[in-house]
Design a protein around this ligand. Sequence first.
Ligand SMILES: *[C@@H]1O[C@H](CO)[C@@H](O)[C@H](O)[C@H]1NC(C)=O
Ligand SMILES: *[C@@H]1O[C@H](CO)[C@@H](O)[C@H](O)[C@H]1NC(C)=O
Ligand SMILES: [Zn+2]
Length: 453
Amino acid sequence: MVKRAAMLSVSLFFSSSSSHLLFLSKTLTKRTCFSSLATMSINLNAHAFAGNPIRSKTLKAHDPLSPSSAFQSLKTHLLQNPETTSLPPPPKSPLFKVLPFRKGRPLASSSITGNNDDDVPSWHLGWISLPDCKYFLGKCGMDLTEDSLVYLGSKIEDDVVYWAVDVSGESRLVPELGSKQFCFVELRTLMVATDWSDSIAMGELAIAGHARALLEWHNLSRFCGHCGEKTIPKEAGRRKQCSNESCKKRIYPRVDPVVIMLVIDRENDRALLGRQSRFVPRMWSCLAGFIEPGESLEEAVRRETYEEAGIEVGEVVYHSSQPWPVGPSSIPCQLMVGFFAFAKSLEINVDKEELEDAQWHSREDVRKALAVAEYKKAQKTTAAKVDQMCKGVEKGQSLSADFNVESGELAPMFFPGPFAIAHHLISTWANQDVPTDGVKAGSKQPSSSILNL
Ligand SMILES: *[C@@H]1O[C@H](CO)[C@@H](O)[C@H](O)[C@H]1NC(C)=O
Ligand SMILES: *[C@@H]1O[C@H](CO)[C@@H](O)[C@H](O)[C@H]1NC(C)=O
Ligand SMILES: [Zn+2]
């Protein structure tokens, strides 16, 4: 599991070349420390990438917004040539909106609402209409076919069906769309730039994550793993099937489950945090690892904790889960399953192949680190960067240097931002919302007090 665990570290947290956290040099007095505690816990309705607003309940096949009906009208639309209007427009067809992706990056735009100087820009998904999509691709000599579009969902109240399309092959689209102030932006950058108190923005992030996961999976599953023949999209791109008539294997989008756990030393009121060598300096987080075949979640928590840090875990308590579509493209969508894990042994023995370091940290130190980290400032700075990219001011995709703003005294440690489940596991424990009497995993539902999202 070493290799995969190493990949996980890249996908879970920022590598040293792209820190997105900022710190203010301020000496904490006891008072500022405690006044920050009140605002320290960031409450979300759902984790980043969960709560997708267009993933509506399954529609009946005859519903015009269902994948099969929408796919039929999509075909009719695409057959229409605006110059030779030989076919009548399809009757009662919903409106189609398309989100183009390039190398895993969704098309985005940015706008500033309000007239104040300190107004922060916010990004939006670059939905374009189906005719515009066809037009832009046509200008680059590319035909838009129904099989290249992937159904994302619908909004009944607006009578809209949403699609994604991968346009990685078309570099000429970049300046074309750039002239309209659209830009392909790394999903991780959008994740950091998203105002987590804005549920509409969080919804857009979830849509982009779902779409990216589906498109990456389409690219990874171009051939049948059974017989090696080409696969073809089915059900408007929601699954695939082998084109070999005597094989016809069905292939479904892939999810890779990962356990992520905050290991707690209840007796001494400490938590175990680890550092990957790829982390930016002073960043610490929860331990995590892929679940192996034939293993329960609790077993995976115990095995990974023992492998990485040599700590034996007893009780395992579920907290929440988070889809994580921002890992490497070879793993289109991880599902982070978050736990509190209560330690039975305390002596740390770090596996240097998997972790650079692991240490017990007191609750007080963790609280202080949470209080000084400027997550909001990092979010606003990133949002401003996305705005500049969309307006053509900022060309580069590398944002690293600007996100490592530090001055004066350094905070001794920091944690991933509120877009990551690790943040919520750590802050929930720091704010004492963890049940003090452990619950045996599986014997009881987690109480609502620990589902502090
Ligand atoms: C698909 O994957 C290949 C190899 O991993 C990569 O080179 C290519 O750019 C990807 N294509 C798209 C459309 O993402
Ligand atoms: C099609 O599938 C059959 C059965 O799995 C296999 O024997 C055959 O080689 C496949 N044909 C091609 C062209 O891949
Ligand atoms: Zn096959």
